[in-house]
Write a protein that binds this ligand. Structure first.
Ligand SMILES: [Zn+2]
Length: 571
């Protein structure tokens, strides 16, 4: 049983059939910001991510590429998924692959326990199966095909025909858990969030759950059913178990007790697996259900949900090559209300980069530090008597720290950021109103000048600490420049305003330099759009120097096929 203070957070494990697009990176960054925040606040924190490597789709892709499925998975993990984490500065504590022995062995252990407890039986199943979703579909999940698939019923998500499968399978008695799940949602309204996702889940379960087919006999790329090795475990059943097999289930009881349960960050399209099937599985095994399942919204590009098959996928390094990983992290966390759908556009990214990061925050830091260097030779001055304006800055610092922390506890990352930006605005307004450059011209105002610059430097340090989970690179750079004592990630976040300096500042390079393009213009929307590569990209052809490319229209940059299909069924 957890003591309530530990924070175990997960992303979905990503299917190695795909290459990363900004939707995957968005989920990773959100989980990373939450993990970094809690870690720096002193909560025992564990952040898990990884890859989902079994199933028919991967077997087919590997076969079509002339390699074994394990070789295929190894290649994608090495060339696409692990590099993604570096590209966007992810601080995960563990990376699980469903082909890890610790996983496979304990999936079998879990299944055997369910079998022994009477929750698994043999039955016949016939239904429409979407290989893209790795899921049987109800007739109501299908829509009329168009174009090539005119006249056929297709998966609403993949727009491709489904297969009629008939199998003799093992079934999980999920129907037994209809009422226990409804009781769970009732007793713990936070179990599924946000509210829109919770409502959808509750009304789905209210219709009554059917038993779940949990094995496949028609292919063999998966975990073998322990009592019948002619079957492999259904890929979702296998994948969901990663959250406990990575946490020590079955082989490290101490670790499992310490970590479990987890907060799961998922896209809302897979909330049903996490908020219905997964807790039912855990209840059947007598284990604690997750702390929370949070289904975030979709990223829309040109008004459409981004996906590789719809050719709207954008590779994260297309953005980071031009704007840097901090800007990527900041943009997606601030521009989109976490939990709701949000639109990505190069114009919006570029505009926010310039207005909020470069001008709002970066210039504030540069100005204040330059003034201390100019008037005090880099020595942070001692303050004189405080006035109302100085007190006000200190009050805002304290309020912002508390409010941002409270927002993070609700996973409201966008709210935390807009709260922190109140301090950016407060400090900018303070500098403008106090006019330290004017004070410096009057020797009798030396005391006042010292107080103003001292107060501004204090505020900047608090900002650096607060922003370190979100824009770790820039925060660390600023911290070093401020003479911050120790590693910034060791400064307790909930008292960020108590940071210490060795008393001397250093010159600061611009934290968010202007985005240069070949035509010499700066970080405007058009310049950013022209910097966006628009050619097909894949893990074997990483995005080349985006900023060196010629101008293209914003329209082309947002709508061009940015991710090259690597799998046979991806096009
Ligand atoms: Zn599908």
């Amino acid at each position: 049983m957890s003591d309530g203070s530990s924070f175990y957070i997960t992303t979905p494990i990503f299917y190695v059939n795909d290459v990363p697009h900004i939707g995957h990176a968005y989920t990773e960054v959100a989980a990373d910001v939450l993990a970094r925040w809690h870690r720096q606040a002193g909560d025992p924190t564990w952040f898990l991510t990884g890859t989902d490597e079994h199933g028919q789709k991967i077997l087919r892709t590997a076969t079509a590429n002339g390699v074994t499925p394990k070789e295929w998975a190894d290649r994608l993990v090495e060339t696409a998924w692990q590099p993604l984490l570096a590209t966007i500065d992810i601080s995960n504590d563990d990376f699980i692959r469903t082909t890890d022995e610790r996983h496979e062995v304990n999936v079998q252990l879990f299944l055997q326990r369910l079998f022994d407890a009477g929750y698994i039986y043999t039955g016949e199943y016939e239904g429409f199966y979407c290989v893209g979703c790795e899921e049987y579909k109800q007739p109501s999940d299908l829509v009329d095909g168009t174009g090539l698939y005119e006249g056929q019923q297709v998966c609403a998500i993949h727009s491709k025909p489904v297969e009629l499968l008939q199998e003799r399978n093992y079934f999980f008695r999920m129907s037994d858990f209809t009422q226990p799940l409804l009781d769970l949602y009732e007793a713990n309204p936070n179990f599924v969030q946000p509210e829109s996702v919770r409502n959808e889940i509750v009304s789905f379960v209210r219709q009554g759950l059917t038993d779940l087919s949990i094995s496949r006999q028609t292919f063999d790329w998966g975990v073998k059913v322990p009592w019948d090795d002619t079957h492999v475990v259904y890929v979702w059943f296998d994948a969901l178990l990663n959250y406990i097999t990575a946490a020590g289930y079955g082989y490290d009881d101490e670790k499992f007790e310490r970590l479990w349960p987890a907060t799961h960050i998922v896209g809302k399209d897979i909330a049903r697996f996490h908020a219905v099937i997964w807790p039912a599985m855990l209840m059947a095994a007598g284990l604690e259900v997750p702390t929370q399942v949070f289904g975030h919204g979709w990223l829309l590009v040109g008004g459409e949900k981004m996906s590789k098959s719809k050719l709207t996928g954008i590779a994260p390094n297309q953005i980071t090559d031009t704007f840097g990983s901090d800007a990527f992290r900041y943009y997606f966390m601030s521009a989109i209300n976490f939990g709701q759908d949000g639109s990505f556009s190069w114009e919006d990214l570029s505009a926010r980069y310039q207005a909020e990061l470069a001008n709002g925050f970066g210039n504030l830091a540069s100005r204040v530090i330059a003034l201390v260097n100019r008037y005090f030779d880099g020595e942070i001055p001692n303050p004189g008597v405080s006035e109302g304006a100085d007190e006000r800055v200190r009050t805002v610092e304290r309020r912002v720290v508390a409010e941002a922390d409270e927002a993070i506890s609700r996973l409201a990352i966008h709210e935390a950021l807009s709260t922190i930006w109140q301090l950016v605005d407060e400090l900018n307004g303070y500098i403008t109103a106090q006019e330290p450059w004017a004070l410096a011209k009057k020797p009798e105002m030396l005391d006042r000048l010292q107080t103003v610059l001292f107060t501004a430097i204090r505020g900047l340090g608090t900002l650096a600490v607060l922003l370190s989970p979100i824009i770790p690179e820039a925060a660390t750079k600023l911290w070093t420049t401020l003479g911050g004592v120790g590693d910034i990630t060791d400064v307790p976040l909930r008292t960020a305003y108590h940071w210490e300096t060795d008393g001397k500042v250093w010159p600061l390079e611009p934290l968010f330099p202007r985005v240069e393009t070949i035509d010499g213009s700066d970080g405007t929307a058009a310049a950013a759009a022209s910097a966006a590569p628009n050619g097909p990209k894949g893990p074997k052809a990483p995005a080349g120097g985006g900023a060196k490319r010629g101008p293209e229209s914003i329209d082309a940059a947002t709508k061009a096929p940015a991710v090259h299909p690597v799998g046979t069924d991806a096009s």
